[in-house]
Design a protein around this ligand. Structure first.
Ligand SMILES: [Fe+2]
Ligand SMILES: [Fe+2]
Length: 368
């Protein structure tokens, strides 16, 4: 809804006073954030709800905040072992063999992992603070931080929300973004780039130092991570586009339209780097990374240099092909996002109360 029609739907004076009250509120939050930290949010944040942020907008923001907390949790684990540990992303101490195996995909992998992790923290901290500033409840998943950490050198020993040690990774985004006619929004389906990753359960981080050898086993773990990065960030790209279509407040729309493309920036990097994953078979479990540039792969569907989105059918097959994010269908998008994370085994070991909490958030967002 545009600002005019929002104001037309209520008294103009009420709209104006809402805006100034909201500005005041955001200013007080900013002061709180600069001073004693976001937890010292002024009490007014909880009491001065902005009525122009509808309950549907709140539901969408809360689902996104939860997804960002989950992203931060998984990226944190990658950073502790394979990224750069510094004051921006503290917690781990690095695992040299794993870091080097990741760097086979790109020399700068440790930097990219660090920056992606830093971004995810900023996303959920902002969304939670924004929710609070709008008089809504921020999302707190701390009680679900129950899953074990990797025992490999470099990982902190703390409770986790996500499990990166037995993933089933959907790599169909690889062929989906190369398809010239097909779009998942029409129900089209796509073959995975790495068929084995869709069939079994594989670690994307070393579970212990026993996973650091033999070389091809460790490289298979790094390759799995390299594809998982793309899987996560293409999902992030779509969910912001999907939910943006349902928000009502122009400022909430601005929030979604400003965060969403950073997920796409991440995705583009991971799409490029995954193509450098060396073809190999893990001698310990048979997991095979095929040569995507050779038969029976290769060509338009698989070639590793084709990382820009191929123009495809969009909205209707009658219109000309267009280079777009896909999927962007909004109906049921929140539940689909949560379901695909669950299907990837990312939450292996989580309690039933965690799954029902996430499903409730998705259901509310989809009802917005
Ligand atoms: Fe994010
Ligand atoms: Fe992300």
């Amino acid at each position: 809804m545009d600002p005019q029609s929002m104001c037309a739907s209520s008294a103009a004076t009420a709209c104006a006073s809402t805006t100034s009250r909201r500005s005041f509120l955001l200013r007080s939050v900013a002061v709180g954030a600069a001073g004693t930290g976001l937890l010292a949010m002024p009490a007014t944040a909880a009491t001065l709800a902005d009525p122009s942020v509808s309950s549907g907008d709140v539901a969408i923001l809360r689902l996104l905040s939860a997804l960002e907390i989950i992203e931060a949790d998984l990226w944190q684990q990658y950073n502790e072992l394979g990224g750069i540990q510094d004051h921006e992303v503290p917690g781990g101490s690095g695992n040299k063999p794993y870091t080097e195996a990741l760097q086979v995909l790109d020399e700068e992998m440790d930097q990219y992992i660090h920056d992606n992790t830093d971004d995810e923290y900023s996303h959920f901290r902002f969304l939670n603070a924004y929710l609070a500033a709008s008089g809504a409840d921020p999302v707190d998943l701390d009680k679900f931080r129950t899953l074990p950490s990797s025992k490999a050198t470099g990982a902190a020993q703390v409770g986790r929300l996500t499990n990166l040690m037995q993933l089933t990774v959907d790599t169909t985004w690889w062929t989906r973004y190369r398809a010239a006619r097909k779009n998942p929004d029409f129900g089209d389906t796509f073959p995975p780039a790495i068929p084995d990753l869709a069939k079994g359960q594989f670690p994307a981080i070393p579970r212990s130092d026993d996973d650091l050898a033999p070389d091809k086993h460790l490289q298979a773990i790094a390759n799995t991570a390299g594809f998982h990065f793309g899987t996560i960030e293409q999902g992030g790209t779509s969910i912001y586009m999907q939910l943006a279509q349902r928000v009502r407040n122009p400022e909430v729309l601005r929030v979604l339209l400003s965060i969403g493309p950073t997920e796409a920036m991440h995705f583009q990097i991971w799409h490029d780097t995954a193509g450098n994953a060396p073809p190999l078979t893990d001698p310990t479990n048979g997991l095979t990374f095929p040569d995507l540039n050779a038969k029976p792969f290769g060509g338009e569907r698989y070639e590793t240099s084709l990382i820009m989105p191929e123009p495809t059918s969009f909205l209707t097959r009658q219109l000309p092909a267009c280079s777009v994010v896909r999927p962007t269908e909004t109906r049921g998008a929140a539940m689909a996002a949560v379901s695909s994370l669950v299907a990837s085994n990312l939450f292996a070991g989580q309690s039933e109360s965690f799954f029902s909490f996430m499903r409730d958030l998705a259901r509310s967002a989809d009802a917005a």
